[in-house]
Design a protein around this ligand. Structure first.
Ligand code: G
Ligand code: G
Ligand code: MN
Ligand code: NA
Length: 253
Protein backbone atom coordinates (compact mmCIF):
# COMPACT_ATOMS: atom_id res chain seq x y z
CA UNK A 1 0.00 0.00 0.00
CA UNK A 2 1.44 3.35 -0.99
CA UNK A 3 1.98 6.24 1.37
CA UNK A 4 -0.41 8.24 -0.78
CA UNK A 5 -3.26 5.83 -0.05
CA UNK A 6 -2.37 5.81 3.63
CA UNK A 7 -2.47 9.60 3.58
CA UNK A 8 -5.92 9.52 2.02
CA UNK A 9 -7.09 7.23 4.80
CA UNK A 10 -5.51 9.57 7.36
CA UNK A 11 -7.33 12.57 5.89
CA UNK A 12 -10.68 10.80 5.93
CA UNK A 13 -10.22 9.64 9.51
CA UNK A 14 -8.40 12.74 10.79
CA UNK A 15 -5.36 10.85 11.99
CA UNK A 16 -3.45 14.07 12.53
CA UNK A 17 -2.39 15.95 15.61
CA UNK A 18 -1.19 19.49 16.07
CA UNK A 19 1.70 20.01 18.43
CA UNK A 20 2.66 23.45 19.68
CA UNK A 21 6.15 24.83 20.24
CA UNK A 22 6.30 27.87 22.55
CA UNK A 23 7.92 31.11 21.36
CA UNK A 24 9.71 32.97 24.17
CA UNK A 25 10.25 36.74 24.34
CA UNK A 26 13.16 38.69 25.84
CA UNK A 27 11.53 38.64 29.28
CA UNK A 28 11.33 34.85 29.19
CA UNK A 29 7.56 34.89 28.70
CA UNK A 30 5.65 32.69 26.29
CA UNK A 31 4.50 35.11 23.60
CA UNK A 32 3.06 32.63 21.14
CA UNK A 33 3.26 29.11 19.75
CA UNK A 34 4.04 27.55 16.40
CA UNK A 35 1.60 24.87 15.29
CA UNK A 36 3.39 21.79 13.92
CA UNK A 37 1.54 19.01 12.19
CA UNK A 38 2.01 15.35 13.16
CA UNK A 39 0.64 12.30 11.37
CA UNK A 40 0.17 9.28 13.59
CA UNK A 41 0.47 6.36 11.17
CA UNK A 42 -1.25 3.15 12.32
CA UNK A 43 1.89 1.04 11.75
CA UNK A 44 4.82 3.39 11.26
CA UNK A 45 4.23 5.71 14.20
CA UNK A 46 4.67 9.46 13.78
CA UNK A 47 5.58 10.52 10.25
CA UNK A 48 7.27 13.89 9.83
CA UNK A 49 5.58 16.61 7.79
CA UNK A 50 8.95 16.97 6.05
CA UNK A 51 8.03 13.62 4.45
CA UNK A 52 4.31 13.84 3.82
CA UNK A 53 3.79 17.58 3.11
CA UNK A 54 5.80 17.43 -0.16
CA UNK A 55 3.81 14.32 -1.13
CA UNK A 56 0.52 16.02 -0.24
CA UNK A 57 1.59 19.06 -2.26
CA UNK A 58 2.11 16.95 -5.35
CA UNK A 59 -1.21 15.10 -5.05
CA UNK A 60 -3.39 18.03 -3.96
CA UNK A 61 -4.11 16.31 -0.65
CA UNK A 62 -2.50 19.35 0.96
CA UNK A 63 -5.78 21.25 0.63
CA UNK A 64 -7.92 19.22 3.06
CA UNK A 65 -4.89 18.81 5.36
CA UNK A 66 -4.26 22.56 5.47
CA UNK A 67 -7.90 23.28 6.17
CA UNK A 68 -7.77 20.85 9.08
CA UNK A 69 -4.57 22.45 10.45
CA UNK A 70 -5.91 26.00 10.33
CA UNK A 71 -9.21 25.09 11.91
CA UNK A 72 -7.59 22.96 14.63
CA UNK A 73 -5.07 25.69 15.50
CA UNK A 74 -7.78 28.35 15.76
CA UNK A 75 -10.06 26.14 17.86
CA UNK A 76 -7.24 25.15 20.20
CA UNK A 77 -6.29 28.79 20.84
CA UNK A 78 -9.92 29.74 21.51
CA UNK A 79 -10.12 26.83 23.92
CA UNK A 80 -6.93 27.95 25.74
CA UNK A 81 -8.40 31.41 26.17
CA UNK A 82 -11.82 30.09 27.26
CA UNK A 83 -10.17 27.90 29.91
CA UNK A 84 -8.34 30.97 31.22
CA UNK A 85 -4.93 29.43 30.47
CA UNK A 86 -3.60 32.15 28.19
CA UNK A 87 -4.39 34.24 25.16
CA UNK A 88 -1.71 33.08 22.77
CA UNK A 89 -0.95 34.02 19.22
CA UNK A 90 -0.55 30.97 17.00
CA UNK A 91 1.73 30.70 13.96
CA UNK A 92 0.61 28.33 11.22
CA UNK A 93 2.91 27.16 8.41
CA UNK A 94 1.47 27.64 4.94
CA UNK A 95 2.25 25.53 1.92
CA UNK A 96 2.83 27.21 -1.44
CA UNK A 97 -0.21 25.59 -3.04
CA UNK A 98 -2.45 26.71 -0.22
CA UNK A 99 -1.32 30.32 -0.50
CA UNK A 100 -1.85 30.48 -4.24
CA UNK A 101 -5.35 28.98 -4.27
CA UNK A 102 -7.86 31.61 -5.34
CA UNK A 103 -10.16 30.95 -2.39
CA UNK A 104 -7.41 31.13 0.23
CA UNK A 105 -8.57 34.42 1.76
CA UNK A 106 -12.23 33.42 1.70
CA UNK A 107 -11.44 30.17 3.52
CA UNK A 108 -9.31 32.01 6.03
CA UNK A 109 -12.02 34.57 6.84
CA UNK A 110 -14.56 31.77 7.17
CA UNK A 111 -12.36 29.78 9.52
CA UNK A 112 -11.70 32.81 11.72
CA UNK A 113 -15.41 33.55 11.89
CA UNK A 114 -16.47 29.98 12.57
CA UNK A 115 -13.88 29.39 15.27
CA UNK A 116 -14.14 32.85 16.83
CA UNK A 117 -10.37 33.44 16.91
CA UNK A 118 -9.47 37.14 16.72
CA UNK A 119 -7.51 37.67 13.47
CA UNK A 120 -4.64 39.37 15.30
CA UNK A 121 -4.13 36.15 17.28
CA UNK A 122 -3.19 34.36 14.06
CA UNK A 123 0.12 34.53 12.25
CA UNK A 124 0.98 32.80 8.99
CA UNK A 125 4.50 31.54 8.26
CA UNK A 126 5.52 31.77 4.62
CA UNK A 127 8.81 30.83 3.05
CA UNK A 128 10.67 33.17 0.72
CA UNK A 129 9.91 30.79 -2.14
CA UNK A 130 6.18 31.32 -1.73
CA UNK A 131 6.63 35.07 -2.17
CA UNK A 132 9.13 34.89 -5.00
CA UNK A 133 6.88 33.15 -7.48
CA UNK A 134 3.79 35.03 -8.61
CA UNK A 135 4.87 38.11 -6.72
CA UNK A 136 1.95 40.32 -7.80
CA UNK A 137 -0.65 37.94 -6.42
CA UNK A 138 1.44 37.34 -3.32
CA UNK A 139 1.64 41.06 -2.60
CA UNK A 140 -2.12 41.47 -3.02
CA UNK A 141 -2.72 38.66 -0.56
CA UNK A 142 -0.23 40.11 1.94
CA UNK A 143 -2.00 43.48 1.84
CA UNK A 144 -5.34 41.78 2.40
CA UNK A 145 -3.89 39.90 5.38
CA UNK A 146 -2.52 43.11 6.84
CA UNK A 147 -5.88 44.84 6.56
CA UNK A 148 -7.44 41.85 8.33
CA UNK A 149 -4.75 42.19 11.05
CA UNK A 150 -3.47 38.66 10.46
CA UNK A 151 0.31 38.55 11.03
CA UNK A 152 2.80 37.26 8.48
CA UNK A 153 6.31 36.00 9.16
CA UNK A 154 8.98 34.83 6.74
CA UNK A 155 10.10 31.35 7.76
CA UNK A 156 13.58 29.85 7.19
CA UNK A 157 14.86 33.35 6.48
CA UNK A 158 18.29 33.53 4.90
CA UNK A 159 18.05 30.27 2.96
CA UNK A 160 16.32 31.70 -0.11
CA UNK A 161 17.49 34.31 -2.53
CA UNK A 162 15.41 37.25 -1.42
CA UNK A 163 16.99 40.09 0.48
CA UNK A 164 15.71 42.28 3.23
CA UNK A 165 15.68 45.19 0.82
CA UNK A 166 13.17 43.24 -1.24
CA UNK A 167 11.10 42.49 1.84
CA UNK A 168 10.82 46.14 2.73
CA UNK A 169 8.14 46.49 0.06
CA UNK A 170 6.06 43.72 1.59
CA UNK A 171 3.64 44.14 4.48
CA UNK A 172 5.09 41.51 6.81
CA UNK A 173 5.67 41.59 10.54
CA UNK A 174 8.52 39.19 11.35
CA UNK A 175 11.43 37.24 9.99
CA UNK A 176 12.45 33.89 11.43
CA UNK A 177 16.17 33.31 11.00
CA UNK A 178 16.74 29.79 9.72
CA UNK A 179 18.16 27.42 12.27
CA UNK A 180 21.16 26.60 10.07
CA UNK A 181 22.54 30.06 10.96
CA UNK A 182 21.69 29.71 14.65
CA UNK A 183 23.41 26.34 14.78
CA UNK A 184 26.88 27.82 14.24
CA UNK A 185 26.31 31.34 15.55
CA UNK A 186 28.74 30.85 18.45
CA UNK A 187 31.42 29.05 16.45
CA UNK A 188 31.39 30.65 13.01
CA UNK A 189 32.30 34.29 12.58
CA UNK A 190 30.53 34.27 9.24
CA UNK A 191 27.25 33.03 10.65
CA UNK A 192 27.51 35.45 13.57
CA UNK A 193 27.95 38.31 11.09
CA UNK A 194 25.00 37.16 8.98
CA UNK A 195 22.75 36.87 12.03
CA UNK A 196 23.75 40.31 13.33
CA UNK A 197 23.21 41.77 9.88
CA UNK A 198 19.74 40.26 9.57
CA UNK A 199 18.72 41.50 13.02
CA UNK A 200 20.03 45.00 12.42
CA UNK A 201 18.41 45.38 9.01
CA UNK A 202 15.13 43.83 10.12
CA UNK A 203 14.91 46.26 13.04
CA UNK A 204 15.58 49.22 10.75
CA UNK A 205 12.67 48.02 8.63
CA UNK A 206 10.43 47.76 11.68
CA UNK A 207 10.32 43.97 11.69
CA UNK A 208 10.61 41.68 14.66
CA UNK A 209 13.14 38.87 14.57
CA UNK A 210 12.66 35.28 15.71
CA UNK A 211 15.64 32.93 16.12
CA UNK A 212 14.65 29.30 15.57
CA UNK A 213 16.48 26.14 16.52
CA UNK A 214 18.05 27.39 19.75
CA UNK A 215 19.58 24.35 21.40
CA UNK A 216 22.24 25.76 23.77
CA UNK A 217 22.51 28.43 26.44
CA UNK A 218 25.40 30.00 24.52
CA UNK A 219 23.25 30.42 21.42
CA UNK A 220 20.42 31.91 23.50
CA UNK A 221 22.79 34.33 25.23
CA UNK A 222 24.49 35.38 22.00
CA UNK A 223 21.18 36.07 20.27
CA UNK A 224 19.99 38.04 23.28
CA UNK A 225 23.13 40.19 23.01
CA UNK A 226 22.46 40.72 19.32
CA UNK A 227 19.01 42.10 20.14
CA UNK A 228 16.89 39.24 18.85
CA UNK A 229 13.24 39.67 19.92
CA UNK A 230 11.85 36.13 20.09
CA UNK A 231 13.45 32.74 20.74
CA UNK A 232 12.37 29.24 19.71
CA UNK A 233 14.13 25.93 20.08
CA UNK A 234 14.54 22.69 21.97
CA UNK A 235 16.52 24.46 24.75
CA UNK A 236 13.45 26.51 25.65
CA UNK A 237 10.64 24.12 24.78
CA UNK A 238 9.93 21.26 22.41
CA UNK A 239 6.78 20.97 20.33
CA UNK A 240 4.08 19.39 22.53
CA UNK A 241 0.42 18.39 22.40
CA UNK A 242 -2.15 20.85 23.71
CA UNK A 243 -2.57 19.23 27.13
CA UNK A 244 1.16 19.44 27.78
CA UNK A 245 1.21 23.02 26.53
CA UNK A 246 -1.42 23.88 29.13
CA UNK A 247 0.70 22.26 31.86
CA UNK A 248 3.81 24.05 30.55
CA UNK A 249 2.12 27.46 30.75
CA UNK A 250 0.49 26.85 34.13
CA UNK A 251 3.84 25.75 35.57
CA UNK A 252 5.49 29.01 34.50
CA UNK A 253 2.80 31.33 35.89
O1 G B 1 7.92 19.85 12.98
P1 G B 1 8.93 19.32 11.99
O2 G B 1 10.38 19.61 12.20
O3 G B 1 8.75 17.85 11.81
O4 G B 1 8.54 19.99 10.59
C1 G B 1 9.16 19.66 9.42
C2 G B 1 8.72 20.61 8.33
O5 G B 1 7.29 20.53 8.13
C3 G B 1 9.02 22.07 8.63
O6 G B 1 9.54 22.66 7.46
C4 G B 1 7.68 22.66 8.95
O7 G B 1 7.59 24.01 8.56
C5 G B 1 6.73 21.82 8.13
N1 G B 1 5.39 21.82 8.73
C6 G B 1 5.05 21.48 9.98
N2 G B 1 3.72 21.61 10.17
C7 G B 1 3.22 22.06 8.99
C8 G B 1 1.90 22.41 8.55
O8 G B 1 0.91 22.37 9.28
N3 G B 1 1.77 22.82 7.25
C9 G B 1 2.83 22.90 6.40
N4 G B 1 2.61 23.32 5.15
N5 G B 1 4.10 22.60 6.79
C10 G B 1 4.28 22.19 8.08
O1 G C 1 10.62 24.94 8.71
P1 G C 1 10.15 25.27 10.07
O2 G C 1 10.90 26.37 10.69
O3 G C 1 8.66 25.50 10.18
O4 G C 1 10.47 23.98 10.95
C1 G C 1 10.00 23.84 12.23
C2 G C 1 10.57 22.55 12.77
O5 G C 1 11.80 22.76 13.44
C3 G C 1 9.64 21.94 13.77
O6 G C 1 9.14 20.78 13.25
C4 G C 1 10.46 21.61 14.97
O7 G C 1 10.30 20.25 15.35
C5 G C 1 11.88 21.86 14.51
N1 G C 1 12.61 22.47 15.60
C6 G C 1 12.16 23.36 16.51
N2 G C 1 13.14 23.70 17.38
C7 G C 1 14.23 23.01 17.03
C8 G C 1 15.54 22.93 17.56
O8 G C 1 15.92 23.56 18.54
N3 G C 1 16.42 22.11 16.91
C9 G C 1 16.05 21.38 15.80
N4 G C 1 16.96 20.60 15.25
N5 G C 1 14.82 21.44 15.28
C10 G C 1 13.91 22.24 15.87
MN1 MN D 1 7.85 27.32 10.69
NA1 NA E 1 12.07 27.43 9.77
Amino acid sequence: VSLRNDLQEAIENERFELHYQPLIDRHGEVCGVEALLRWKHHEKGYISPAVFIPLAESTGQIMPISRWVLERACRDMVSLADQGVARLRVSVNLSPLQFHRTNFLTNLRQTLQQTGLAPDMLELELTEGILMNDTELAIDILHALRSMQVGVSIDDFGTGFSSLSYLRHLPISKVKIDRSFINDVTTSGHDAAIVQGIISMAHHLGLEVVAEGIETHDQHQRLTEYGCDIFQGFLLARPMPLDRLIAFINRRQ
